[in-house]
Design a protein around this ligand. Structure first.
Ligand SMILES: NC(=O)c1ccc[n+]([C@@H]2O[C@H](COP(=O)([O-])OP(=O)(O)OC[C@H]3O[C@@H](n4cnc5c(N)ncnc54)[C@H](O)[C@@H]3O)[C@@H](O)[C@H]2O)c1
Length: 363
C-alpha cells in the first residue's frame, strides 16, 4: 500500500527534511518521516526548548527556524505550528528554495490564503497543504460511486465531534492566533472533503452551538452548517469540539443507494443489501500517503491532492461559513442569483460534478 520505493526512485535519494513545530501534530510527522525511506530527517525546530530536549544528540535541533535552515540546509520542511506562526516560517523556507508541507488549514482567512498563494507562486520551493482525509479510501469510494452513477448525491449528513473540554488557554481559543474556531480547525477536514467531492457551495447557513467569547474575540466551539452545491446536492454538517462522544460519521444519499461511513468502514446499502466499499486508514497511514503526495509535488509532478489551488477552494467554502455566522445565518456565493425553479430544473449532468484533474484527490 505504502509505496516508499517508487517515490524514492523518483527522488533518486532520500530527501533531507526538517520538521518545524514539535507539538502534537509535528511529533506524528516525525514518526512517519523516520519510517519512510524516501526521506532523511536532518533537523528539528521548536520555539520551546523543552520540546527539543528528547531529540538532542540524535538530530540537529534549534529554537530558531531561520538558523536551522542555514545550519542544516534541508530540501524540504514539514511545518506544524500554531496558525499565527506560519506566514514568516513558510516565507523563510520558500525564499531559501525549501519545499514545505504545511499543516492545515491553508490559512487563517481567505485573504491570508491569497498572500500565501502569491508567496508560493514566485518560489523555487514547492508548497503543499496537509489535509489527510484527501488521501483516504473514503473519498475515493464516494467518488467511485459518483462516477459510476454520473451524478452527485442528493443529500448528505456529516457529524464530527471531539468530546473535548476547551481549556480556554490554548492558541486555539484565540481568534487572532487561530483565525477561527471549530469551523476552521476541525471543520476544515470535513469542508475540504466536501469541496473535493462537490466543489464550492453556492449557499451556506451556519449556526453556532454555544455562543461565547474570548479575550480577543469570539471563537466558535462548534457549528451546525447547511450547505447547498451548484449540482443540486444539499446537506448538513455538525462539527463540535465539546459535544460527546467523539465520533465521525457520514451518510450520502443517492436515488437508489446510500453510502455510509461509520468511523471505521465505508459501506453501501442498495435494495436492502449492505456491501463493503472501503476501510478508513489509520492516521499514520494517511500522514504517510500525504507525505508521498508532497514528495511527488516536490519532484515536479502536479498533485491536486495537496496543492494550493485546490485548498483555496476549501478556504472559499470556509469563508462562506464565517460570512453566514456573522450575517444572521446565511451566505451566498451569488447574492443576485435568480430563484431556481425546481419544477423545470433538469437533472445535473456528470459534467456538473466537482472536476477531477490528473493527480486529483482520488488516489
Ligand atoms: N491534519 C490533522 O489532523 C491535524 C491534527 C492536529 C493539528 N493539525 C494542525 O497542525 C498544526 C499544529 O497543531 P498542534 O495540535 O500540533 O499544535 P501544538 O500547539 O500542539 O503545537 C504547535 C507547536 O509549534 C511550536 N511553534 C509555534 N510557533 C513556532 C515558531 N515560530 N517556530 C517554531 N516552533 C513554533 C509550539 O512551540 C508548539 O510546540 C496546526 O496547523 C493544526 O491545525 C492538523
Amino acid at each position: 500500500m505504502i509505496d516508499c520505493w517508487t517515490v524514492l526512485e523518483l527522488l533518486k535519494e532520500p530527501l533531507p527534511t526538517a520538521v518545524i513545530g514539535l507539538g502534537k501534530r509535528g511529533l506524528k510527522h516525525i514518526s512517519v518521516l523516520e519510517r519512510c525511506p524516501a526521506t532523511a530527517l536532518v533537523g528539528l525546530c521548536d520555539s520551546r526548548p523543552e520540546a527539543l530536549a528528547p531529540f538532542s544528540g540524535a538530530v540537529h535541533t534549534s529554537t530558531d527556524a531561520e538558523r536551522l535552515l542555514s545550519e542544516v540546509g534541508p530540501s524540504a520542511a514539514v511545518v506544524a505550528v500554531s496558525h499565527d506562526a506560519y506566514m514568516p516560517l513558510i516565507g523563510h523556507c520558500l525564499a531559501k528554495g525549501v519545499s514545505c508541507l504545511k499543516e492545515k488549514p491553508l490559512a487563517r482567512s481567505l485573504s491570508e490564503a491569497r498572500q500565501l498563494e502569491r508567496l508560493a507562486a514566485g518560489a523555487e520551493g514547492k508548497l503543499a497543504i496537509a489535509a489527510q482525509r484527501r488521501h483516504g479510501d473514503m473519498l475515493s469510494a464516494i467518488r467511485a460511486v459518483m462516477a459510476a452513477k454520473g451524478r452527485p448525491p442528493i443529500a448528505f449528513q456529516y457529524v464530527y465531534t471531539l468530546g473535548l473540554t476547551p481549556s480556554g488557554r490554548d492558541w486555539r481559543d484565540s481568534r487572532d492566533l487561530a483565525g477561527g474556531g471549530a469551523i476552521l480547525d476541525m471543520g476544515y477536514h470535513v469542508i475540504d472533503l466536501l469541496t473535493a467531492l462537490l466543489g464550492v457551495p453556492q449557499c451556506v447557513s451556519a449556526f453556532d452551538q454555544r455562543p461565547g467569547g474570548s479575550a480577543d474575540g469570539y471563537v466558535e466551539n462548534g457549528a451546525t452548517l447547511l450547505l447547498s452545491y451548484p449540482a443540486g446536492t444539499s446537506g448538513t454538517v455538525i462539527i463540535s469540539r465539546h459535544l460527546s462522544p467523539e465520533a465521525e460519521r457520514a451518510t450520502f444519499w443517492f436515488e437508489d443507494e446510500t453510502v455510509e461511513f461509520d468511523g471505521q468502514r465505508v459501506t453501501s446499502v442498495r435494495d436492502g443489501e449492505r456491501v463493503w466499499l472501503a476501510d478508513m486508514q489509520s492516521s499514520e497511514e494517511l500522514i504517510h500517503r500525504q507525505l508521498h503526495a508532497f514528495l511527488r509535488l516536490h519532484s515536479g509532478e502536479p498533485n491536486m491532492s495537496c496543492d494550493v489551488a485546490s485548498s483555496l477552494e476549501s478556504m472559499r467554502a470556509i469563508e462562506l461559513c464565517y460570512q453566514a455566522l456573522e450575517s444572521d445565518g446565511i451566505a451566498h456565493t451569488r447574492p443576485e442569483a435568480p430563484e431556481p425553479s425546481w419544477r423545470t430544473r433538469s437533472t445535473p449532468a456528470a459534467s456538473a460534478l466537482a472536476p477531477v484533474r490528473e493527480g486529483g484527490f482520488s488516489q
